[in-house]
Write a protein of this length. Structure first.
Length: 102
């Protein structure tokens, strides 16, 4: 019986662990950086911002990089670290994901 309960507890915890493994940002709103800080961060990167929205609890920037390429960037709302970076329409089919900024 004890073995069965241990197995059931393990199986119940699996979906919760899998949910934490993806790139969603779970930060209380009180700990978020303001949108102005997101805009300033983008400007220091040389990005032209078309839109800032919230997606999966992260800030998401749609815009263009310094070379004029379309980008989509997810930022952690508390630290403004890059969670995901995608070059849209890359001819080689490569997206840069998980890039970190200094």
């Amino acid at each position: 019986m004890r073995k069965t309960l241990t197995i059931l507890a393990f199986l119940a915890a699996l979906p919760a662990g899998a949910a934490l493994a993806d790139d969603d940002c779970f930060v209380p709103m009180a700990d978020w950086q303001p949108r102005e800080a997101v805009s300033q961060f983008a400007a220091t990167q040389g990005w032209e911002v078309r839109r800032i929205k919230i997606d999966d609890g992260c800030y998401e920037i749609d815009g263009r990089d310094a070379q004029g390429r379309a980008i989509e960037v997810k930022l952690h709302p508390g630290t403004l670290q890059i969670v995901e970076f995608e070059l849209e329409g890359d001819d080689h089919g490569h997206d840069r994901k998980g890039a970190q900024h200094d």
